[in-house]
Design a binder for this molecule. Sequence first.
Ligand SMILES: [Zn+2]
Ligand SMILES: [Zn+2]
Ligand SMILES: [Zn+2]
Length: 163
Amino acid sequence: MVGCKIRLVKRKTDWVNNLLQSRFFGSCGYHRELRKNEKNMFCIDCNLCFCKHCVGSSTHCFHRWLQVCKYVYHNVVRLQDIQKYLDCSKIQTYKINGEKAIHLNPRPQSRDQKLSKSKSGAACEACGRHIQDFPNRFCSIACKVLLKLRLNFHTLYGDWMFG
Ligand SMILES: [Zn+2]
Ligand SMILES: [Zn+2]
Ligand SMILES: [Zn+2]
């Protein structure tokens, strides 16, 4: 059953890739007339992002979903939510509203920051961004996942974040 196992492992990371590449906080096409219709929920079982009215429907009631929040213009998830489904060890956490959260994607950085990483020591192994707390090795979920899958960082994000 080797083939079966491989398929399962692949499926396991499929939703993570979609989570990392989803465009959150657009308004939901099904709930235009309702308030708070921004798509800030990600349903793991459907592998798509939804608004909270969608997730509240019977379709998703037994599904596993995550809430995505915005922190200084970047998408974060609560550590306690996502660590149930994904191993988040060695990813830098941030305290947001009293709860630990982690970034979905690496944040753009200037060249100056990149150059200054040598004096501080710790840097993200995937994108080189400064890491606050040792022994963390990654600044975001994307960086950890990319390195694990051995994907080329530039193919996914292009050069925009290194400008
Ligand atoms: Zn909706
Ligand atoms: Zn669902
Ligand atoms: Zn990084």
